[in-house]
Design a binder for this molecule. Sequence first.
Ligand code: ATP
Ligand code: ZN
Ligand code: MG
Length: 327
Amino acid sequence: MVQTHTHRSGGAADISAADISPSDGASSLVRRMLDAGLLAPTGVLGLYGRSGAYQDVADGIGMMVRRWGASLGARRLHLPPVLARATFAHTNYLESFPDLMGSVHVFTGGDAEHKQLLRRVESGGDWPALLEPAEVVLASAACHGVYPLCTGTLPEEGLTFDVQSSCFRHEPSAQAARMQSFVMHEIVHVGTAQSAWDHREEGLARGIRMLEALGLSMQAVPASDPFFGRVGSVLAAGQLEEQLKIEGVTPIPGTDGVTAIMSANCHRDHFGVPFSIRTAGGDVAHSACVAFGVDRIVVALLAVHGFEPERWPFYVRAQLGLAGTEG
Ligand code: ATP
Ligand code: ZN
Ligand code: MG
């Protein structure tokens, strides 16, 4: 596994773009984005700061998704990057993706334990072993925070949310499009089997049109999640066969193959059951989400249109609300 080196005594803060060399496996696109100052290094692969120019594009994408959400009467939610551990347990994420999740640990001791902690830090020992699990974990998907808000009986038309949060997935990578911390923006519907399926279908088409309007070449492809372990491949085959997950993929210049910059997912009753959500008719609720990987969309746009958004085609800047910002 590729890792960014933490040489020199100063550690992470000392690492510059030049330190991430080809021999570290950092892809050329990441290195070029670091050199251009679009990303700031942290010493950890897949963990970056974003420049103002990068964030302005991300904000523009957020605005486009919000416009769609507003047209559906979606309830807007900006969720924190952490999720209640109890909620997380209900999502069954641990069953399928234990290798991707991240937990938060906190210090709960007194003076004596504090002294012990500092001694461990000084000696370079295993100080995290002295911490306790907190009541929160890192969010793995933006939509996870929505389902506990739906517990009970839904209104006739179901509930629709426009939800975004920073997400964490422990998949350190040198690829520009695979980060450990990234923003996910989703339009989620919880309702009947039919309304959830319709949301997935209409949302997929709508999302692909939105991304094509930014000059990206899009294709919809059935996909499966990277379920963990031996039963994982069985689950993935079932998901593919039922076409529950469709990805919107695009070629990102400077990277191999195509990359999923959005996904449209039908969960059936996967969340309705554990979160005790019922339709107005009394059935177990179904849900579907259309998820935009905001950072992947920014990376794709930068790779396709160039590293200077002020020089992008007018129609792209106009869509992103950047048209008035050039000098
Ligand atoms: P992939 O197959 O590429 O790992 P995924 O199936 O894990 O994607 P989803 O769980 O459907 O992705 O997440 C929704 C969207 O979030 C993805 O379509 C993608 O745009 C984005 N995304 C997922 N993982 C990452 C990541 N590690 N870094 C950046 N964006 C991500
Ligand atoms: Zn989702
Ligand atoms: Mg993944």
